[in-house]
Ligand binder design. Structure first.
Ligand code: TPP
Ligand code: MG
Length: 576
């Protein structure tokens, strides 16, 4: 069997059913070998788009993504999307064609392993035809078990070699199913407090110590992050919060995890509403569940009052205390630790006659949360003037108009808080937030990946004009695939983030402002439907598209007011 075929056989056997990419001579055979095995190939128009599609798809399905690129420029074009995936710990295998080891003078020769390592991806390689199956198995297992983005270099001479067909029984036995708890054999080596923290976190007593801290807390708040989402811990955390009387919040990456709970404060951090921020800051115990408690989620620490006990639960010991001091760590799977803590606290309750803790919860607070915690219920001065619409007004109107069963994907920029804060999502899979690397231009492609992953939901891509034009080539992909998507462009005719960053200090802004661009016309040129929104009434046209066959994507070209920078960005700039 050809090695390119064997690689495809391994991936198909492991369950790959969708691969994104751009095909050149170097990845032609391996991509076709996948297609021959029933894997769907989604051709993108730019490798960076293909990478973000694979990333968005993997985040939305919770399964490892697959990307196929040509050697040399195919890989380098993909690098920004790959870097975002690597920083977000998206399990992703990149099939990266490469020149033969002997092609010393080829201009396509780049140091693939060095490129991978440089951005935090894991390097892998087909070493020879004899080892190709093992190498592919190992790369896939690294992606799944360590939640890594793996760049698997496929040298052309090795791809063209012959190898025995992979053994089906061996593959079945080698198939990775889930992330491993990465603590076995690992011992704390850091100095002082960190060593103590890690030592205690890995002890079997750690969940009991956490339960004890929860038991003693009067105002516990749980903040769940990406790790809680990948651990599918929503139900278990809500059950524990019920026993503990805790309030619930998430990082942006896990928005939607507690949807439906009356105690859900939504996102913690720069995007938190005033009431959410107040309640989080008043906690006497904060538990980060699969959540790094980084500067975004904790507003540079401003959401933690002095004296608040901070605990953190993570499947990786290394993550504990990584961003701020924690008093108590637990190494373990989030859902499993939550269940263990619930069992401990429930047995307390049984011993004391069944009375559960009320903790932070009261009927009055429940009512306040219901009435005030959503951003849309926070009063604001509408700056819409008939020529431009206030981005808050636009976002609230869209939230009302669009079906609740939706996936919201967000690009980077000043605008990004509006859709993040004002558009609700049905669950954590309904939110795709590719912001670990803070690149603009990935939002449209990640939305396309999410739309392919969840065709049953309406996908909403929220972009700035800068990010939209940077990633514009993938409009053709959305049209070609007839994806039922809405693409909302918050157009301020500028790199607004930079305008608001530097404007207040009186710097010249000509480098970050642009003349008007007719984005609706560009979208129509690609084959999209498009509507121009200058005031709220213009959104009636969106209703018409929603009522129609939705045969092509709809782009909403919205000119937005931008008198001043967004409040969450002011927060972010404090960190630079
Ligand atoms: C690839 C990349 N280039 C440059 C930047 C720096 N940058 C951050 S936000 C931004 C402006 C984005 O403009 P737009 O998409 O219109 O959103 P806005 O800030 O105007 O809301 C830029 C250039 C970046 N984050 N990523
Ligand atoms: Mg802009």
């Amino acid at each position: 069997m050809l090695v390119s075929d064997a690689v495809a056989a391994v991936l198909a056997e492991f369950g790959a059913d969708t691969v994104f990419g751009v095909v050149g001579s170097g990845n032609f055979h391996v991509t076709n070998a996948l297609v021959k095995r029933g894997v769907r190939f989604v051709p993108a128009r730019h490798e960076c788009g293909a990478a973000s599609m694979a990333d968005g798809w993997a985040r939305t399905t919770g399964r490892p993504g697959l990307l196929s690129v040509h050697q040399g420029p195919g890989l380098t074009n993909a690098m920004t999307g790959i870097t975002e995936a690597a920083k977000s710990r998206t399990p992703l295998v990149v099939l990266a064609a490469d020149v033969a080891a002997s092609a010393i003078r080829s201009n396509f020769r780049i140091d693939v392993a060095a490129i991978a390592s440089a951005v935090g991806a894991a390097p892998a390689r087909l070493h020879s035809p004899d080892f190709a199956v093992d190498d592919t198995v190992r790369a896939y297992r690294t992606a799944v078990e360590e939640r890594r983005t793996v760049i698997l270099a496929l040298p052309l001479d090795v791809q063209g070699g012959e190898c025995p067909a992979p053994d089906a029984a061996m593959l079945a036995a080698a198939r990775p199913v889930q992330a491993k708890v990465a603590v076995a054999g690992r011992k704390a080596t850091g100095p002082g407090n960190r060593a103590k923290l890690l030592h205690e976190a890995e002890s079997p007593e750690a969940p009991a110590r956490l339960a004890d801290a929860i038991r003693r807390a009067e105002r516990p708040v749980f903040v769940a992050g990406r790790g809680a989402r990948t651990s599918h811990a929503g139900e278990d955390l809500m059950a524990l919060a019920d026993v503990a009387g805790a309030l619930l919040a998430t990082s942006a990456a896990a928005k939607g995890l507690f949807r439906g709970s009356p105690w859900d404060l939504d996102i913690s951090g720069g995007f938190a509403s005033p009431l959410a921020a107040e309640l989080i800051r008043d906690a006497d115990l904060l538990v980060g569940w699969g959540c790094s408690l980084n500067m975004w989620t904790m507003r540079h620490g401003a959401l933690i009052k002095p004296g608040t006990v901070v605990a953190q639960v993570d499947i990786e010991s290394d993550a504990l205390g990584g961003h701020r001091p924690v008093d108590l760590g637990v190494t373990g799977d989030v859902a499993a630790v939550a269940r263990e803590a619930t069992a401990i606290l429930a047995s307390d309750g049984a011993a004391s006659g069944g009375a559960g803790a009320t903790g932070y919860r009261s009927p009055e607070l429940r009512l306040r949360i219901e009435r005030e915690v959503r951003w849309r219920d926070v009063p604001y001065d509408d700056e819409s003037d008939g020529r431009m619409i206030d981005p808050r007004t636009l976002s609230i109107a869209l939230d009302d108009l669009l079906p609740a069963e939706r996936t919201v994907a967000i690009d980077s920029g000043n605008f990004m808080g509006y859709p993040s804060m004002y558009l609700s999502v049905p669950d954590a899979d309904g939110f795709c937030f590719t912001q670990a690397y803070q690149s603009i231009g990935l939002g449209l492609a990640s939305a396309i990946g999410a739309a392919i992953a969840r065709p049953d939901r309406l996908t909403v891509a929220a972009l700035g004009d800068g990010g939209a034009l940077m990633g514009v080539s993938e409009l053709e992909t959305a049209v070609r695939l007839r994806l039922p998507m809405i693409i909302v462009v918050y157009d301020d005719e500028a790199y607004g983030a930079e305008v608001h960053h530097f404007g207040p200090d009186g710097h010249p802004l000509d480098t970050v402002r642009f003349p008007p661009v007719n984005i609706a016309k560009i979208a129509r040129g690609f084959g999209c439907s498009a509507v121009k929104v200058r005031q709220e009434a213009d959104l009636a046209n969106v209703g018409e598209w929603l009522d129609g066959p939705r045969a092509e994507p709809l782009l909403i070209d919205a000119k937005i007011t931008s008198k001043r920078g967004s409040w969450w960005l002011e927060e972010a700039f404090r960190g630079h």
